[in-house]
Design a protein around this ligand. Structure first.
Ligand SMILES: Nc1ncnc2c1ncn2[C@@H]1O[C@H](COP(=O)(O)OP(=O)(O)OP(=O)(O)O)[C@@H](O)[C@H]1O
Length: 668
């Protein structure tokens, strides 16, 4: 008997069984993923039903459609919470609703509490802040904070978070300590408070000794000469003198409140982690009786949980208003590196003629080159990035604020604290590195509640430029791929993709056709890309067998029939256009059929494409893969280059040139 031949057969069968088992395991993983998605959708729908039942009953909470609280509060029931909407809510209703709701209002007012401070709060709102009414959630947050509760407030950019600690500060004895990440933010706030006669001071690394001494003395003065003290987290971490003064102020009952602005900076899982924020737990440990208010525009529930631990607050109340800014129109355009500048320029010169806006770019070099390209096309555009002289930066900011400059071409250095109301467009020349970043940057548009556009140019090669930059960051890749998914996904409303990201229960109707996917739903068709995917996998398998690594650019080119003739003979080239081929590759990357592989040299980081863990699934003849694509004018399926009247494309891609480590990007 030929034993070795028999063993070979057994080995071959074992290999085949193992391959099949691997496929089954992958299918199980896919099904489990699907189960998780469906369960979360089911929970969202159940919550909507519950909310619908709640609103069918008399309720004292604000009826604003944009106000949703998706996080269950661990310590307070809904009814209890509504007590904090206070007298101001009734005031608001009386203004906005007709007489016919009077009966409802009297029902509501019976369960509202008039707090001992309510009159003063109303008075100060008008007299000091010159505002006529509260925006959604503001009064609730103010009442909760004045009741001594610890609070996290998640509210979209520009909706008025600052008032939620500034007004309580004015209505309380002593002073409020405000921790802010940037000196420029402090300066803006202090300038504003000065203009309305609210006394506020700041302490940071560049404060003079004299000034610091006066501020610290004021902290223990029973007549407290200021209502707000702004400090950087570094100051808390490094100045023992400050801590000792705060302690004295605390013992004299003068430290009335602690506000931590941009609270997401505490968490490494947030999009803007700052190491000094990690040390802020000392505040609650040393001053446990002082209510803390953490404010942010962008934090997922897991980031907030992390912040809770870092800041040593136990079970804070979380108030979340909807992330949804109804006046913003979201659009994604496919970027063609050659045509994109012309496209942006014609947009600004036509749709946004004489209007104010921001163009966000990837690097300092891009800020210079894009602004000079726009200037060549008669647009008053100036660059702004971290490497500029501080005086130049504030000149650009000032001129833009007073409409002497129409467009700022900026890196992310132009972000926090930008509070120009009439920004009509925020164009991203390059995608952001995460959805949180994008939300925050695009949120600079339309702060006056008037319509504004947020347009992002999505380029294949940009993915890999950013990828090599965030490779060192915790979850950097994961966040970038979520951003890429936001750009490529035309299955779902752009707002719903953001909502999922921010753990919000979302109803697609809420978009009101204010995104390109909802507006152009009929222009998309679902395409089977299984065969295309198999061709890509075949190319990578072949490259692997030849010990060759393929960058995304090389992969696209090989698939399109470029490269060595020998390889061309061994693979199936594609009939897809370049943009279609790129779209398929991005899809395969997002879905795990492909994965990224990095290689470091002293000067550059290279990004290569490898087979992902799902690639073996394509061996099965029953496995299929599809994606939604825009239909071309001819009606055939494909990615219609997001060509607009404003620009034409050449079908070229910038490729995946490695990113030099010296590239200055201003990414935090
Ligand atoms: N109740 C209100 N009525 C009208 N305007 C308001 C009200 N509350 C705040 N504002 C205005 O809204 C603008 C934005 O407020 P603020 O700077 O507090 O926003 P924010 O939520 O902190 O935004 P960001 O996250 O960008 O810092 C300010 O000009 C402020 O005066």
């Amino acid at each position: 008997m030929d034993r070795s031949g028999g063993n070979d057969d057994v080995q071959a069968e074992l290999d085949s069984v193992e391959t099949e088992l691997e496929l089954v395991e992958l299918q199980i993983t896919e099904l489990l993923q699907k189960q998780t998605e469906l369960t979360s959708r089911k929970n969202a729908l159940l919550q909507r039903l519950e909310e619908a039942c709640d609103t069918a009953q008399p309720s004292s909470s604000s009826s604003s459609a944009s106000l949703k609280s998706s996080r269950a509060d661990p310590v307070m029931s809904k009814q209890e919470m509504q007590r904090y909407d206070g007298a101001g809510t009734v005031h608001m209703w009386l203004h906005s609703e007709s007489q016919s709701v009077c009966v409802l209002i009297s029902l509501i007012s019976s369960c509202l509490v008039d707090f001992s401070w309510s009159k003063e709060v109303e008075q100060q709102l008008k007299d000091s802040f010159h505002l006529s009414k509260f925006r959604p959630l503001q009064l609730r947050a103010i009442n909760l904070s004045l009741s001594g509760k610890d609070l996290f407030l998640v509210m979209p950019t520009g909706r008025g978070k600052s008032l939620c600690y500034q007004l309580p500060a004015v209505c309380s004895k002593g002073f409020t300590l405000v921790v802010t990440p940037l000196v420029s933010l402090m300066e803006d706030q202090i300038m504003y408070l000065k203009s309305i006669d609210v006394s506020a001071v700041m302490l940071n690394a560049s404060s003079s000794k004299e000034h610091a001494k006066t501020v610290m003395a004021g902290m223990t003065d029973p007549k407290t000469p200021f209502k707000l003290v702004y400090v950087t987290p570094e100051k808390i971490a490094k100045s023992k003198l400050l801590m000792s003064r705060l302690e004295k102020g605390y013992n004299a009952n003068l430290l009335s409140r602690i506000a931590v602005d941009e609270v997401h900076c505490c968490s490494q899982w947030g999009h803007d982690f700052r190491p000094d924020y990690k040390l802020l737990g000392i505040l609650k440990r040393q001053f446990p009786k002082v209510p803390l208010l953490g404010l942010t525009a962008t934090a997922t529930s897991s980031v907030l949980k992390d912040c809770e631990k870092i800041l040593c607050v136990s079970q804070p109340i979380t108030l979340t208003s909807s992330f949804n800014r109804t006046n913003l129109y979201y659009e994604v355009r496919i970027k063609d590196s050659d045509a994109s500048i012309s496209d942006v320029a014609s947009l600004i010169n036509s749709r946004y003629k004489d209007q104010s806006g921001i163009v966000y770019v990837f690097s300092q070099k891009d800020a210079e080159s894009v602004s000079s390209e726009l200037q060549k096309r008669d647009i008053l555009a100036y660059p702004y990035h971290a490497n500029m002289d501080p005086d130049d930066k504030s000149r650009v900011h000032r001129k833009w604020t007073s409409n002497k400059i129409r467009v700022v071409v900026a890196t992310v250095a132009f972000g926090m604290g930008i509070d120009k109301p009439d920004v009509r467009f925020v164009i991203h020349h390059t995608i952001s590195k995460s959805i949180e970043n994008y939300y925050q940057e695009s949120g600079r548009a339309g702060r006056d509640d008037q319509p504004a556009d947020c347009i992002i140019y999505f380029g294949f090669s940009d993915i890999f430029r950013i990828s090599t930059m965030v490779v060192m960051e915790n979850v950097g890749q994961q966040k970038l791929l979520q951003m890429v998914d936001y750009c490529q996904n035309i299955d779902r409303c752009r707002r719903s993709l953001m909502a999922v990201h921010f753990d919000e229960v979302w109803d697609d109707e809420g978009c009101n056709q204010m995104c390109d996917t909802c507006r152009h739903a009929k222009d998309y068709t679902t395409v089977d890309i299984t065969q295309h995917a198999r061709q890509v996998v075949q190319i990578l398998e072949l490259a692997g067998s030849m010990d060759e690594k393929l960058t995304p650019l090389k992969l696209v080119e090989a698939w399109m029939g470029k490269g060595p003739a020998k390889r061309r003979k061994m693979i199936q080239t594609t009939t897809l256009s370049r943009l279609q081929a790129e779209a398929v590759i991005v899809r395969l990357l997002l879905q795990g059929y492909l994965r990224e592989d990095f290689s470091f040299t002293p000067y550059t980081t290279y990004f290569y494409m490898k087979l992902g863990r799902k690639a073996p699934l394509l061996k099965s003849q029953t496995h299929t893969l599809s994606m939604k694509m825009r239909t071309t004018e001819s009606g055939s399926a494909g990615v219609k280059a997001a060509k607009t009247k404003e620009g034409k494309r050449s079908g070229q891609s910038a490729g995946d040139a490695p990113v030099s480590k010296k590239m200055k990007t201003d990414f935090p």
